[in-house]
Structures are given as structure tokens and as C-alpha cells.
Design a protein around this ligand. Structure first.
Ligand code: ZN
Ligand code: ZN
Length: 236
């Protein structure tokens, strides 16, 4: 408040006269003319008595305010010194916890990924090896049987009977039954990524790493529960 706030009009606005009384009914300062006009018949008091009462009342306000202000100042101090750092600490630790959880999850996922890629590679290596073996075997057999076929084709034109018989006996021994080699190759052994199994494994690993369990509810939903909570329930 500025000092000018104390300098209010000291005269009656209606009659332009000095205030000389206080109307206790209307709670305003009044002039001599007011007494017989606007405030006619009202209870009036002298200004000094009202001022003294008001001063005592102001003293009371001051002591009440001092108590309240002191209390408020303590509250403000506590908020600054205790609550503010606590909020900061709580926020910091929440951020750290989120980071740690995310790191744990990504570490588990990466680990499972490496494992699965290793398995895929291993499986495909075995399949490629089997494939190569099969291919080589068939190629060899093709060469061999094709040669025999060509030889037989040449042999049938040999007119010398003894040469034909002995050669045919020799070639005949080398004719193999290749019917089981010409059938369609089965693809059922081909490696197939088990996506469902992979997701299941990753989820289980994450859940158990957080000391939690997946619990099925009666309504068919599945919820995460802390292992310690389950133990507590079992005890009950
Ligand atoms: Zn007046
Ligand atoms: Zn009055």
C-alpha cells in the first residue's frame, strides 16, 4: 500500500463540510448537516471513540495476522526445503526406474534374438549340409546310370555274341534301382521360424526377470502379478 491510500476525502461529499460524527447505523463518517438530513434519527457517536475502537480492533488484526503469517512462512519454508527436493528425487528415481526397466527388456530381447539367430543358422547349416549331400549323391548316381545307359545303347549294336554277353553281364551288375531317388523331394524338414514360440519365450523371460508371473483370470484375460504377491496369497 502506498501512503496516498491513507489520504482519503476528509469532507462530506454531499455537504462539503468537515466530518464531525460517526453514524453507527450506517457505519460512515458524517457532517453536521448529515445529522439532520440523510442520517436523521440515526445513532451517532463522536469520531474519537470510533477511532479508538477501530485502533484496538486493528491491534487485534495485527496479532492474528502475525500468527497466521508465521505459520504460512513455516509452510512455505517446508515446501521449499523438504517437499521440493523430495519431488525432484521421486521424479529422478522414477525416470531411472523406467530406464532400467527398458534396458532390462531390451537386453532380454537382444539375448533371445541372438540365441534364435544362432539356432536358425545352425538348423539351416544342417539342412544345407543334408541338401548338398543329397544333391551330390543324385548327381553321382545320374552320371553313373547315364553312362551305363549310353554304354548299353552302344552295346546293343555289338553283333559279336560273346562280347555282348560278357559286357552285358558286367553292365547289368551296375544298374541300380533309382526309383526312390526320382520321387519329389520332401520339404517338411525345412526349417520354419516358430514365431509364437519365440514370442512366448521372450515374454516368459521378461516376466520372470521382473520377478512376476502371468496369471489367467476367470474372464479369460491374463494379468501380471508379482511373485511375492502370489506367495503371500498362498500363505493366506
Ligand atoms: Zn454531510
Ligand atoms: Zn446514518
Amino acid at each position: 500500500m502506498t501512503p496516498s491510500a491513507f489520504l482519503t476525502e476528509a469532507k462530506c461529499v454531499l455537504h462539503k463540510s468537515e466530518f464531525i460524527y460517526f453514524c453507527t447505523k450506517c457505519h460512515v463518517l458524517i457532517c453536521g448537516k448529515c445529522v439532520t438530513t440523510e442520517h436523521k434519527g440515526h445513532d451517532i457517536t463522536d469520531i474519537k471513540t470510533v477511532a479508538d475502537n477501530y485502533r484496538r480492533s486493528a491491534e487485534g488484526n495485527i496479532s492474528d495476522l502475525k500468527v497466521a503469517v508465521t505459520k504460512l512462512s513455516k509452510v512455505v519454508g517446508q515446501m521449499k526445503e523438504i517437499e521440493k527436493p523430495t519431488i525432484k528425487r521421486t521424479s529422478d528415481s522414477a525416470v531411472a526406474e523406467v530406464d532400467a526397466s527398458v534396458k532390462k527388456i531390451t537386453d532380454i530381447v537382444s539375448f533371445k534374438k541372438e540365441n534364435t539367430l544362432y539356432e536358425v543358422q545352425n538348423q539351416l547349416d544342417i539342412e544345407i549340409e543334408e541338401f548338398q549331400y543329397d544333391l551330390k549323391n543324385k548327381e553321382r548316381m545320374y552320371e553313373h546310370q547315364n553312362n551305363i545307359c549310353e554304354s548299353l545303347q552302344r552295346l546293343v549294336h555289338v553283333s559279336h555274341d560273346i562280347t555282348f554277353i560278357t559286357s552285358y553281364e558286367t553292365l547289368k551288375r551296375d544298374i541300380h534301382d533309382i526309383s526312390d531317388l526320382v520321387g519329389e523331394r520332401g520339404h517338411e524338414q525345412m526349417y520354419k521360424f516358430d514365431k509364437k514360440g519365440f514370442v512366448q519365450e521372450v515374454v516368459n523371460a521378461i516376466v520372470s526377470n521382473f520377478e512376476m508371473c502371468l496369471v489367467g483370470k476367470e474372464d479369460g484375460s491374463v494379468v501380471l502379478t508379482h511373485k511375492t504377491d502370489i506367495k503371500k496369497k498362498e500363505k493366506e
